[in-house]
Design a binder for this molecule. Structure first.
Ligand code: ASP
Length: 328
C-alpha cells in the first residue's frame, strides 16, 4: 500500500469513528430526555374558601375529585402521552365534574345563562387556541384545541366559534346541561365567584403545556370575557421558562398580564419560578385583585401561589410526591 492510500484510509477511519461517536451521543441525549419523570398540577379555583364556609362533606367531595383526576392525568403521562393531550383530557374531566366552575356546574351570567371560556397553549411550539362566550359546547377546552390545531386562528368567540365547532364534530349540549340546581344554590349562598379549572404538565419529553377553562365570574354581564381565554393573562406555556394556569378575579389578571408576567420575570429578570409567581401575585394584589395560579418550570419545579384563603389544588411532582390541598 502506498503512502497516499494509507493516509486516505486513515482519514476514512477517523470520519467513520467520529460519526459513530456522535450517533451514540445523540442517542444518549434522547434517552435522557425521554426518561424525565412527568409532572402535573391541577386547580379547581381559588377564592374565599375556608374551613368555616366549606363543609366537611364538600372538603371530601373536592379532595376525592382532585385526587382521582390528577391520578388519571399522571397515568397518561407515565405511559408517555404527550403534554397537550393530557392537559385536554384532564381539563375535560374537571369540566365534566359539576363541583367546579367550568363546563357542567359553571357559574351563570346576570341573565341566568352559562357562557364559557377556555384556552390551551403548547410550550414547545408556542401554538395556542382560545374560545370565549360559548354556550352550547360541552368541553370548551377541546374546542380551544381544535382552534389551535385545525384553524389559522388563535382566538374565536360566540356563534362563529360554535359554527367552527360543528364543522369539527365537537360535542354540543343544551345550555341547561351546565346549570345544576345544587351549584346555583351553593354559589348563591356562598357568594363564591371562583372555581375555574386548570392544568399544567411537563411530559416525559420535557414539553410543557397549560390549559384553563371557566364559566367566568358569578353574575357577570352577558358578553363579559375574563382572563382565562386571553393567552398571556390566564394561560401561558413556553418550554424555555414555564407553564402557568390562573384563577381569580379575571379583570385584574388581564391588567397584570399574569401568566406572561411570570414567564417574563424568569426570562429577563433571572427570577426563580417561586420569585416570579410571588412577585406577580403582589402586582395583582397591588391593584386590589385576588386569585392564584399553578406553575411548573422546565426543571419540573412546582409552585402554587394564591392570595385568597384557599385554592382547590393537587400536584404530583418530579419525585412522584402527590399533594391534594384546599386551604392555605
Ligand atoms: N378567572 C376567571 C374569570 O375571571 C374566574 C375564576 O378564576 O374563577 O373569568
Amino acid at each position: 500500500m502506498n503512502v497516499n492510500k494509507f493516509v486516505l484510509l486513515f482519514i476514512l477511519a477517523i470520519v467513520l469513528f467520529s460519526c459513530n461517536e456522535s450517533k451514540v451521543e445523540k442517542k444518549d441525549y434522547e434517552v435522557e430526555e425521554v426518561n424525565q419523570l412527568p409532572v402535573i398540577v391541577i386547580h379547581g379555583g381559588a377564592g374565599n374558601i375556608s374551613q368555616k364556609n366549606l363543609s366537611e362533606k364538600y372538603v371530601e367531595l373536592y379532595s376525592h375529585s382532585l385526587s382521582k383526576i390528577i391520578d388519571s392525568g399522571y397515568a397518561m403521562l407515565s405511559k408517555g402521552e404527550d403534554a397537550i393531550k393530557v392537559v385536554e383530557r384532564v381539563v375535560n374531566l374537571l369540566e365534566n365534574d359539576s363541583l367546579f366552575n367550568a363546563g357542567k356546574g359553571a357559574v351563570l351570567t346576570n341573565e341566568g345563562k352559562a357562557e364559557l371560556d377556555a384556552s390551551i397553549m403548547d410550550g414547545k411550539t408556542l401554538n395556542a387556541g382560545a374560545v370565549a362566550s360559548v354556550s352550547r359546547i360541552k368541553n370548551p377546552i377541546s374546542l380551544a384545541l381544535k382552534i389551535m390545531d385545525n384553524s389559522e386562528h388563535v382566538f374565536m368567540m360566540g356563534s362563529g366559534a360554535e359554527f367552527f365547532a360543528s364543522e369539527q364534530k365537537i360535542e354540543f349540549v343544551d345550555n341547561s346541561y351546565f346549570i345544576t340546581s345544587k351549584n346555583k344554590e351553593r354559589y348563591n349562598r356562598e357568594n363564591s365567584p371562583m372555581g375555574t379549572v386548570g392544568c399544567v404538565v411537563r411530559d416525559m419529553n420535557g414539553n410543557l403545556c397549560a390549559g384553563t377553562s371557566t364559566g367566568g365570574m358569578w353574575g357577570k354581564k352577558f358578553g363579559r370575557v375574563g382572563d382565562v381565554p386571553v393567552i398571556g393573562a390566564g394561560t401561558y406555556a413556553n418550554n424555555q421558562s414555564c407553564a402557568v394556569s390562573c384563577t381569580g378575579w379575571g379583570e385584574y389578571f388581564i391588567r397584570q398580564v399574569v401568566a406572561y408576567q411570570v414567564h417574563a420575570r424568569i426570562m429577563w429578570n433571572n427570577q426563580s419560578l417561586k420569585e416570579a409567581v410571588e412577585s406577580t401575585l403582589n402586582e395583582v394584589d397591588s391593584l386590589g385583585g385576588n386569585g392564584g395560579m399553578i406553575a411548573i418550570n422546565k426543571n419540573g419545579d412546582v409552585i402554587i401561589g394564591f392570595n385568597t384563603t384557599g385554592m382547590f389544588r393537587a400536584s404530583i411532582d418530579k419525585n412522584k410526591e402527590k399533594k391534594v390541598e384546599i386551604f392555605d
